[in-house]
Design a binder for this molecule. Structure first.
Ligand SMILES: Cc1cc2nc3c(=O)[nH]c(=O)nc-3n(C[C@H](O)[C@H](O)[C@H](O)COP(=O)(O)OP(=O)(O)OC[C@H]3O[C@@H](n4cnc5c(N)ncnc54)[C@H](O)[C@@H]3O)c2cc1C
Length: 474
């Protein structure tokens, strides 16, 4: 029997499982989908119950199926959001419901079988004929191929002066851990370390929970994500750069080219939003053709600016953040935390500010809102640690994710491509850079399903797709 085991059922694993089941060659296929959380389709991003946590991508670009861009907005309209349009930014919790529905419908329409397995995969072994996955409770599964859809790892602890402070009950190491914000005192100021998407989400989440005091947020540059313009879907901006252009050989060249194009766009009545969108389809090509030292330079100097222009927030969220800042409920600072020290019933935080000088804050709690860890050697994940130790995988370029080939096939410690182990989504970051959001992940899922079922990769799996899919409700 043909069989694939998918480890992780966030958006990546769920989309891949659905594509496998909907594939024209799925008859007789067995798909095991392993997830340690109670529900599929949620992962880190879509587990939130907060109404104020909106998708940061319009509905059009969140469809599970690139060949039916209205699929998600249609689902919203026929159920939870009758007024939804392609440019709607829906609550993230609905997206989890949507993905779960997509998977259920795919399983119903398929000639293959889906087996959902609740548990944590801790070990992967590969033999000539198959892979064997061991779960934390000792169960074992076998399949012809395995796909790691492990997603985003928890962030690393930032240096806070006293290493023991990381163990303090007044420190939240991972804002996305289930129940992480429950112990945050609502009547005292809070410090968020980080000012990007996670910090914005946490600030909104705290307010919704009735947090009554000031929220401070600090990062080196104090940059906050830009909101989408209200006219979210404007005519596409023409492509203006290719990986073959001479400017694309260096970060400085690229930076200059983007700035010139933004000025040019402004003269034509457009702005940088369209220019950044036009980059999206070429980012993977630009990234992989840049020399390693240039990619390093990007990470060191440009990434924070890229993040706030590329990963924008919904206009409604932007408006909310603006009001919070204007009313002094959210204070964003550029600087560095020098020390955190428990003092009485709070924490004393020493900051050095980017524009010079120092500041001391007294807060009730410090929350780590820095970016997910990307270096697989630094994560506490038995499966990943075992793969690295056993030489079945190696870190990706610049230690971003795992090294893989064009179709996501893992490269072993000697750089040889695996025929049995693959990955999808954020773990491909070293190779692709642009690989963490649904528009890229859904493409990867469609292509990888073709590869795993050994079909012609160009021939897409639309055959079973649309008739079997229920819309709405969730
Ligand atoms: C807060 C937040 C908001 C976001 N908002 C958007 C958005 O609006 N639009 C967008 O396109 N992208 C958004 N993203 C980007 C996000 O990375 C992708 O949309 C997508 O959710 C990634 O899915 P994933 O399945 O790869 O990873 P994850 O969501 O991290 O899911 C991985 C899953 O694997 C499971 N898992 C890991 N290891 C094991 C194991 N050993 N055994 C069993 N299960 C395991 C985890 O429990 C988890 O459920 C957001 C990301 C975050 C963090």
């Amino acid at each position: 029997m043909r069989s694939v085991v998918v480890i992780g059922a966030g958006a990546s694993g769920t989309l891949l499982a659905a594509r496998l089941l909907l594939h024209p060659a799925s008859d007789g296929l067995l798909v095991h989908l392993i997830e340690r959380r109670p529900k599929v389709g949620r992962g880190v991003a879509y587990s939130t119950g907060s109404e104020g946590h909106l998708l940061n991508v319009p509905a059009l670009n969140m469809s599970a199926f690139p060949e039916d861009l209205d699929h998600f907005s249609g689902w919203l309209r026929s159920g939870p959001m009758p007024g939804a349009r392609p440019e709607t930014f829906a609550p993230r919790r609905l997206y989890g419901d949507y993905l779960e529905g997509v998977l259920e419908d795919a399983a119903l329409a398929s000639g293959g079988t889906l087996k959902r397995v609740r548990g944590e995969a801790v070990r992967l072994e590969v033999s000539e004929e198959r892979v064997r996955v061991t779960l934390a409770d000792g169960r074992r599964l076998h399949a012809a191929r395995a796909v790691l859809a492990l997603g985003n790892f928890p962030p690393r602890n930032p240096p806070l002066g006293d290493p023991f402070f990381h163990r303090s009950p007044r420190y939240v190491a991972d804002a996305w851990a289930p129940g992480a914000l429950e112990a945050v005192p609502s009547g005292a100021p809070v410090l968020l370390i980080g000012t990007s998407l996670t910090a914005i989400d946490v600030a909104i989440g705290l307010e919704e929970r009735g947090h009554a005091d000031r929220i401070y947020a600090v990062s080196r540059r104090g940059l906050v994500p830009n909101p989408y313009r209200p006219d979210v879907i404007s005519p596409p901006y023409p492509r203006f750069i290719s990986p073959r252009d001479p400017e694309a050989a260096s970060i400085l060249g690229l930076f200059r080219r983007v700035r010139e194009e933004s000025e040019c766009a402004a003269r034509r009545g457009r702005d940088w939003h369209g220019v950044v969108e036009a980059l999206r389809p070429v980012v993977q090509g630009l990234w992989s053709s840049l020399p390693e030292n240039e990619r390093r330079r990007f990470l060191r100097h440009v990434q924070p600016y890229w993040e706030v222009h590329r990963h924008r927030i919904a206009p409604e969220v932007g408006e909310r953040v603006r009001a919070m800042r204007e009313e002094g409920r959210l204070v964003v600072m550029a600087g560095r935390v020098r020390a955190c020290r428990e003092a009485g019933d709070g924490v004393e935080v020493g900051l050095s500010l980017r524009r010079g000088g120092a500041r001391t804050l007294r807060v009730g709690c410090v929350i780590n809102c820095t970016a997910p860890e990307t270096d697989p050697r630094r994560v506490r994940h038995p499966l990943v640690t075992g793969l690295l130790a056993g030489g079945l995988a190696r870190p990706g370029p610049l230690a971003l994710g795992l090294d893989c080939g064009e179709e996501g096939e893992l490269l072993d410690a000697r750089g040889r491509p695996s025929r049995r182990l693959y990955t999808i989504g954020p773990l491909r970051k070293g190779r692709l850079w642009e690989t963490i959001a649904v528009p890229e992940i859904r493409e990867q899922a469609a292509r990888l399903a073709d590869v795993l079922l050994r079909e012609d990769p160009v021939q897409r799996s639309a055959a079973r797709l649309l008739p079997g899919l229920r819309k709405g409700g969730g």
